[in-house]
Write a protein that binds this ligand. Structure first.
Ligand SMILES: Cc1cc2nc3c(=O)[nH]c(=O)nc-3n(C[C@H](O)[C@H](O)[C@H](O)COP(=O)(O)OP(=O)(O)OC[C@H]3O[C@@H](n4cnc5c(N)ncnc54)[C@H](O)[C@@H]3O)c2cc1C
Length: 305
């Protein structure tokens, strides 16, 4: 029996675990991928207090090492379903095991949204990627397409431009929505071309079934193709909450609804970070939520003693 089980070892989940472990509670974190969450999917972080080297991977490593130093267990299993038993405890069902806990903290973050166009599924992770830092080097010296125009699209295009042959950005709006500083830097980069007001229609495969390019409708209504060996999609994120569908704690988009104590309306279920319905999804807000959630888990466990 655990006091609290945390789902997700990103900045929110790791922070919650640090506070809970320091309160001598029996806890563990589930992680389906690698600890650090989205921090391992990009390069630079310039706005997290104290991360002076600006390396998001380094920050993820520091967070993990902090948890390891406190002997926090990370269970490398994907949570598939959560249920409540007749004693009001929670059963956490993973691919291979079942765990019981007095309370849970959801910290599962978000996953990238997909376009839903022809050939996207077939080429996923084999031509189409959602992580430039992980897959970008495969396309060194080659032509790539980036889809989107927010901070992620702009920053990752800049990163890719330093080693690929060309970056073509396809953005559905008529401007970028990223921060001005990042946009200005990108617009002064030689091997980057942008199509605004353009919508992707399908991905084109070559005769071997591999990524060959993107067909899109340009702002003048004409369908055009752009050659590419790799495509990176940055069109937003959706909450990773499929495993919580049984509980009436999600909004219409699947984000977890919490109060200022990071409590859901279901007793014993707390939630922190990007997975929550909230205004700003950043590392600093995820860690803040994690600390608040943990303090209220501690109070809850006192109450049900
Ligand atoms: C390209 C990009 C650039 C960014 N740049 C910045 C920046 O410069 N500054 C900044 O502050 N923020 C930035 N962010 C946002 C920041 O990374 C997030 O706000 C932060 O990581 C959220 O932390 P989290 O712990 O809530 O969730 P996440 O980091 O998403 O971590 C959630 C974890 O839960 C795990 N998980 C999910 N479902 C399950 C399951 N069923 N079972 C087990 N484990 C599960 C995931 O594998 C993941 O490790 C950026 C994000 C992206 C994508």
């Amino acid at each position: 029996m655990f006091d609290n089980l945390i789902i997700g070892a990103g900045p929110g989940g790791i922070t919650a675990s640090i506070y809970l472990k320091r309160a001598n509670l029996k806890i563990a974190i589930f992680e389906s991928r690698v600890p650090g969450g989205q921090l391992v999917n990009y390069n630079e972080i310039e706005n997290y207090t104290g991360s002076k080297n600006f390396s998001s991977i380094e920050l993820a490593t520091d967070m993990l090492e902090h948890a390891e130093k406190l002997n926090i267990d990370i269970i490398y299993e994907k949570v598939i379903r959560v249920e409540k038993n007749n004693k009001n405890f929670f059963e956490i069902i993973t691919e291979n095991n079942k765990y019981t806990s007095k309370s849970i903290t959801i910290a599962s973050g978000t996953v990238p949204r997909k376009l839903g166009v022809e050939n996207e599924e077939e080429l996923s992770y084999n031509g189409i990627s959602w992580c430039a830092i992980c897959d970008g080097p495969i396309y060194k010296g080659k032509d790539v397409v980036v889809i989107g125009g927010g901070n992620s699209a702009v920053e990752e295009s800049q990163f890719l431009s330093t080693f690929v042959k060309s970056v073509t950005i396809i953005q559905n709006l008529d401007k970028f929505t990223a921060e001005a500083k990042a946009v200005n830097k990108l617009m002064n980069t030689k091997n980057v071309k942008v199509y605004f007001g353009s919508n992707v229609k399908k991905f084109i495969k070559d005769d071997k079934g591999e990524m060959d390019g993107v067909l899109f409708k340009d702002s003048d209504g004409v369908e055009r193709t752009v050659k590419a060996e790799g495509v990176f999609e940055y069109i937003g994120m959706i909450p990773a909450t499929n495993f919580m569908k049984k509980f009436d704690i999600l909004d219409g988009y699947g984000f977890v609804v919490v109060n200022e104590k990071m409590e859901t309306k279901e007793k014993g279920i707390f939630s922190c970070g990007d997975v929550n319905k909230k205004q700003i999804r950043q590392v600093v807000t995820a860690t803040g939520d994690g600390a608040i959630a943990a303090q209220n888990v501690i109070k809850y466990l006192e109450e049900i003693k």
